[in-house]
Write a protein that binds this ligand. Sequence first.
Ligand code: TYM
Length: 335
Amino acid sequence: MNDKKKTMLSGIQPSGHLCIGNYLGAIKNWVRLQNDYDGIFIVVDLHAITVRQKPAELRKRCLSFAAQYLACGIDPNESIIFIQSHVPAHAELAWTLNTLAHMGELSRMTQYKDKIKKHQANINVGLFAYPVLMASDILLYQSDLVPVGEDQKQHLELSRELAERFNNAYSPTFKVPEAFIMKQSAGARIRSLQDPTKKMSKSDENPNNYIALLDDPDTILKKFKRAVTDSETEIKYDENRHGVANLLTLYSSLTDSSLSDAEQHFQGIGYAQLKKQVADVTIETLVPIQKRYDELMSEKTELEKILKNGAEEARYRARKTLSKVYRKIGLVGGF
Ligand code: TYM
């Protein structure tokens, strides 16, 4: 790894099933940028427990998600991959940043407002403080760039704000990170297949709403066939025709073509063909990923070694920042 490269950091919560929205909004960009940046990619398990998880499933899912990062093309010789809870500094810096974050700004977070509606029986403090933990993930590694989907923009702004607040209160300590978000029409916000007014979510209770990276070809085809469109006939990109716009976005991002090329391609064709062809390019993308994933999961030694090395390197880097922070705020060190 080259120290002169800028640092790119991102993470995904191990909840539900990694989906094509996560791939196009985040992972595909990680892979695309990994040679130009010093990459850090985290399976953020401490975030996932803000919603009640089944312990045995969570344990399996953490490894499965890490294997999917690799299968999508993250190169462990170029980038660091690790599991968040293996690096205690994340929780430690989060606690420190909690003392700088304001109740008001956290209660304005859209994701928090959505989640408390969904999880009425478990509105826990972790759910509220979640964006502070995310800021900790990012700031610990002096990250320059954070490639995420549109829905994380607000959290990222808070990370920037907390970095600046700390730097102003003490002295320059944290790099202020930049977001890297694709245009909406290029995959920043892939929509649900059954309810395209909403974003596609890997934790949706209805699996027909998302395409999981590990869905088999028949399932993918079936899910696209059922995708909601509209009563018009022309295949044209129009933000207000959410279903068709979503299918065109999927097609153009998966084939790395422009939206106007995609529109051209589907001129004079019906919705059934659109769905079939979007399914085909999805299958073409996912089948090789699934093959590599199966290999990684059938013999876990390689995967475990990658995660162990990743955590070691991350612990070393994170500790450097945390020591600096503790010193600046007046905690006694050196024992
Ligand atoms: P999470 O786990 O909800 O989502 C992981 C990534 O996938 C993107 N994404 C989408 N992109 C396009 N269309 C969609 N429908 C879609 N759904 C999800 C998300 O924007 C995200 O990039 N808080 C974060 C995880 C996190 C993190 C971090 C991210 C924790 N620490 C540090 C970056 C840096 C989250 O809940 O993402």
